[in-house]
Design a protein around this ligand. Structure first.
Ligand SMILES: *[C@@H]1O[C@H](CO)[C@@H](O)[C@H](O)[C@H]1NC(C)=O
Length: 216
């Protein structure tokens, strides 16, 4: 009897190992480079299981810094909004039909500047789990610049070119009516507004009429 017991035990063990090896081990595959999106647009962070197996019965957890307050959590066959980061409320989805094909991509709507950064997609089948890291870069195209008169501390009249709502510092060029580049005569200040956008002001002596054009 003893022998039989041991035999069935190792058969179970073998079966268990084969089961894990052949049906449960997977990788989560993401894009090879960062995902780029403009502020206000929708974006998909692509992730899928390799080999292609259904993720329908798995846990899919998209999170940033805190594992326990996810951007999106799918567990027990449904999306669980209870612990979702507030900033993502109503803006995230999975492609639920696609879960059968191992597609665990995250849909993110109405992207904000603060959405930029690292995302982790953690997939857990029970006996096995894996995660992939994806960077989202949020690009901001600033407003058209405006030119006005201003004065410096020593009461000199200047032209001021103001450009706001930029995500990164734009290259700003001043030209006179003949197209001559006057940028070297200008000075630039920049500050962040309360939404995190950059506001750039460039000053140039007003003795010559000029145009300015910021580009990202
Ligand atoms: C997942 O499904 C979505 C929606 O059909 C599709 O846009 C996306 O390309 C798929 N991603 C992968 C990695 O298969």
């Amino acid at each position: 009897m003893k022998i039989q017991k041991r035999w069935s035990c190792s058969v179970f063990f073998l079966f268990h190992m084969t089961h894990v090896a052949w049906t449960q081990i997977f990788q989560v595959v993401g894009p090879s480079s960062a995902v780029l999106v403009f502020v206000g647009e929708d974006v998909t962070l692509p992730a899928s299981l390799s080999p292609v197996i259904s993720a329908q019965r798995f846990e899919v957890r998209w999170f940033r810094d805190d594992f326990f307050s996810p951007v999106l959590l799918y567990q027990n066959l449904q999306i669980r909004p209870e612990h979702q980061m507030q900033a993502y409320e109503g803006r995230t989805a999975l492609f639920t039909e696609e879960l059968l094909k191992g597609n665990v991509s995250l849909r993110l709507q109405d992207v904000r500047v603060s959405d930029g950064g690292l995302y982790k997609c953690f997939v857990d089948s029970g006996p096995w789990n894996e995660e992939v890291h994806i960077t989202l870069n949020v690009e901001v195209l600033g407003n058209q610049p405006s030119i006005s008169f201003g004065s410096t501390e020593d009461q000199q009249t200047t032209l001021v070119c103001k450009a706001d709502k930029w995500g990164t510092t734009p290259d700003l060029t001043w030209r006179d009516m003949n197209g001559v580049d006057l940028t070297s005569e200008s000075s630039v200040t920049e500050e962040r507004d309360n939404e995190g956008f950059l506001r750039v002001s460039s000053f140039i002596p007003s003795s010559r009429s000029s145009t300015c054009s910021p580009v990202s």
